[in-house]
Design a protein around this ligand. Sequence first.
Ligand SMILES: Cc1cc2nc3c(=O)[nH]c(=O)nc-3n(C[C@H](O)[C@H](O)[C@H](O)COP(=O)(O)O)c2cc1C
Length: 142
Amino acid sequence: MKNVSVIYYSSTGHVEAMAEKIAKGAESHGAIVKISRVQDAKVNDVLDADIVAFGSPSMDGNTIESNEMQPFITEFKLIPVEKKKCFLFGSYGWDKGEFMDKWIKTMLDYDFDVVDKYVIQEAPAKQDLDKCFEFGKRLVTY
Ligand SMILES: Cc1cc2nc3c(=O)[nH]c(=O)nc-3n(C[C@H](O)[C@H](O)[C@H](O)COP(=O)(O)O)c2cc1C
């Protein structure tokens, strides 16, 4: 059975709604899922998982959220993750996904294996949430 960790930051609930659907999708495919707000997440929630789905809005100048998510991610600059599989998701207001391109580069620099990404603008519509569920199901297949 696969251990899936979903770790996210959300200020107004858009990324949280995505995170919940991803978690449900993974669970529906038999994964053991732990979903955490990044404020509550521990390093071991990453290290102990087979795959981690990280979610953030674009904030603070077209980057991932800087007070909680960025420091959590930066911890892995020094902690070996040995190509830990991760899936990145999030939502932007106007940057057209620029924050996600930067985020992928950071994760690759920190030795994560980024298996896929999903980025939307503002609040998820029903079809976006359906897609999140599908991505969640797919997480157990990597
Ligand atoms: C304080 C704040 C800063 C933001 N900064 C950016 C930004 O730099 N670039 C951008 O494209 N969108 C920005 N946005 C828009 C958010 O990325 C967008 O509304 C997103 O859907 C929020 O997701 P959430 O509800 O999970 O927090 C900002 C929103 C807020 C509230």
